[in-house]
Design a protein around this ligand. Structure first.
Ligand SMILES: *[C@@H]1O[C@H](CO)[C@@H](O)[C@H](O)[C@H]1NC(C)=O
Length: 344
């Protein structure tokens, strides 16, 4: 009887993968509250933090953006506890797969963990496209595999081909205990920074196709990879939701503003006036077709509210550039990881 019940329970959850995203709405609906006990770490305790995210080190004068905590309307989040995280993940490996927004979250997690055990030895290596942070005493590995489309880009006689039906993945993905995928920001690249010349879909080669459709097709290919390759009893799979940018003030009721520079406070309340980017609906619809459990870290709305959280002129290129896509660290991605901690 007990076994039958367990079997039915298992079948129920297996059959309702979308419950893993919609069932968590209560975590992702909330508001930002000022909390002087944040940030979760001092940037000085994270010696390997990269210039791209090191806003304070790059001269950002205000630190208001570091003193906010995410407060879900219907529940309380546990404060991130690095020691507890390490105990839970002892001997395990975590891999972020995706673009520089994945790297942003990866870097946040490495800082959160190192600052929790500052005297515990660590190594930081790079093998090809993979960065590997290891806390050797705990045998915990936190990796980032830079892979901007998840599907393959292959150099052929005609040029570089973005293959929407093909995903080689990586041996490393399959040996990992927790995988957190992401792709979005590169789908609308054109011109010299577009890293492909042709698109292949369904056996046909195109010069270009509708980019949202390409994104959707790639997600479906990735979902099929998950269904074919992931053993859910061993591996936990997450998708890091769409991380938003802030270049259009009309969307937060400041028409005429064209960047995030000098933004010092979040949007108040729980609703972003500009609504959600359309990619979110595409992502959710594809996730609902995947049979294996995949948890969506649905960070879009909470991040949309943080127009103050980007590097702006205190990023990689300094005053020559304007980065309203990545996030300062300490900052918003620490909250993504705090939520991840609450989910595991
Ligand atoms: C900014 O957003 C508004 C409102 O959605 C839109 O009408 C306008 O075209 C956008 N501006 C740019 C530069 O994208």
């Amino acid at each position: 009887m007990g076994l039958l019940f367990l079997f039915l329970l298992h079948a129920f959850f297996r059959g309702n993968p979308s419950s893993s995203s919609s069932g968590l709405d209560h975590v992702f609906t909330g508001t930002w509250v000022e909390d002087q006990s944040y940030p979760l770490y001092d940037p000085a305790t994270c010696p390997f933090i990269e210039r791209e995210f090191k806003c304070q080190g790059n001269g950002r004068p205000d630190l208001f953006y570091t003193h906010y905590r995410w407060h879900p309307l219907a529940c309380n989040l546990l404060r991130f506890n690095g020691l507890d995280f390490l105990e839970k993940m002892k001997g395990k490996s975590i891999m972020f797969v995706g673009d520089s927004l994945s790297r942003n979250q990866w870097q946040s997690l490495t800082c959160l963990l190192h600052s929790a055990v500052p005297n515990s030895p660590y190594t930081l290596d790079r093998v090809g496209d993979v960065s590997i942070f290891t806390l050797t005493e705990y045998k915990v590995k936190v990796m980032h595999d830079r892979n901007v489309y998840l599907v393959d880009v292959v150099r052929e006689d005609i040029g570089r081909v973005l293959k929407l039906d093909s995903i080689q993945g990586s041996n490393l993905w399959e040996g990992t205990d927790m995988l957190i995928f992401n792709t979005w920001h590169w789908w609308y690249r054109r011109g010299p920074t577009q890293p492909w010349d042709f698109v292949e879909l369904g056996g046909h080669i195109y010069k270009d196709i509708d980019r949202m459709r390409a994104f959707e097709m790639a997600l479906k290919t990735w979902g099929a990879w998950v269904d074919a390759n992931v053993d859910p009893t061993r591996v936990k799979v997450f998708f890091q939701g769409i991380s938003p940018s802030h270049y259009n003030g009309s969307l937060w009721n400041e028409p005429g503003v064209t960047s995030c520079v000098r933004q010092k406070t979040p949007v108040p309340g729980s609703i972003y006036p500009g609504g959600l980017p359309p990619a979110v609906a595409v992502l959710k619809s594809v996730l609902s077709t995947i049979r294996k459990p995949v948890t969506l870290l649905d960070i879009t709305t909470l991040s949309l509210l943080r127009k103050d959280g980007h590097p702006s002129i205190y990023g990689l290129t300094g005053a020559a550039g304007m980065d309203c896509s990545h996030w300062c660290l300490p900052g918003v991605p620490d909250t993504w990881n705090e939520i991840l901690y609450n989910l595991i």
